[in-house]
Design a protein around this ligand. Structure first.
Ligand code: MP5
Length: 221
């Protein structure tokens, strides 16, 4: 079995838990509280801002044929930030000024640490798992959300055909990287796959609970 299929089967219980998260169900059903969605927007805006240096740090490690695709992703991420800004303006969400939540901060540190310190294949595995998680998560939302919802453009962004093709491309490339990896590296890739899945669940949970920093009242966070 190819690496990605093997990992998706291995983490299936976690993956299903992610797709069944109430953030996604409530966004799909139109019952999500405005403040909950706004919390996700503010935190994900910070995440996407950090995804740019994450991808940029992969470029020097990348095989030459991956450099163009990564550069294109950086351009797509800049566009994605504009989508957040446009939606925030349209819906009346104040995007800026919120400090990163504990979960968002940890996930960003994990992304950057893998880009700088892990092997290319390990970091690529994190990239794939995060993008696949968003594609699958927003595909759940697509199955029921009112297209007139102010949040619909996010569905189009991650559940649409262009993003599906990008995720399929990442999958093929990750399978090739895993095939070339030795057993120790492959085991670390599997560990990163699972950790990324757990961070994705934690991120939805953070949006719903409005969690800041454990043990610290919001005014000091
Ligand atoms: C993505 C994201 C998708 N925006 N936020 C989280 C928490 N996970 C995955 O990444 P991208 O770079 O926005 O497509």
């Amino acid at each position: 079995m190819d690496f990605v299929a093997e990992q998706l089967a291995r983490v299936k219980a976690l993956w299903d838990r992610m797709l069944d998260h109430r953030f996604l169900r409530d966004t799909r059903d139109g019952t999500i509280a405005f403040d909950t969605f706004a919390t996700w927007m503010r935190q994900d805006y910070l995440f996407v801002e950090a995804a740019i240096p994450f991808i940029a740090a992969l470029i020097p490690k990348a095989p030459p044929q991956h450099r163009d695709p990564h550069s294109n992703v950086i351009a797509a991420l800049q566009k994605e930030l504009k989508l957040f800004e446009e939606r925030a303006g349209a819906a009346g969400v104040d995007l800026r000024g919120a400090p990163p939540s504990f979960t968002c901060h940890a996930y960003i540190q994990f992304l950057l640490a893998t880009a700088y310190r892990a092997s290319y294949a390990e970091a690529y595995c994190v990239l794939y798992a995060a993008e696949k998680a968003y594609h699958d998560s927003w595909s759940v939302v697509r199955k029921g959300i009112d297209p007139r919802s102010p949040w619909y453009p996010f569905v189009e962004n991650w559940a649409g055909d262009a993003f599906a093709q990008y995720v399929a491309h990442l999958e093929g490339e990750l399978d090739k990287l895993a095939q070339a990896a030795g057993p120790a590296e492959r085991a670390r890739m599997a560990e990163y796959f699972e950790l990324t899945t757990k961070y994705e669940i934690a991120f939805w949970e953070m949006a719903v609970t409005g969690e800041g920093w454990p043990g610290i009242p919001d005014e000091h966070a």
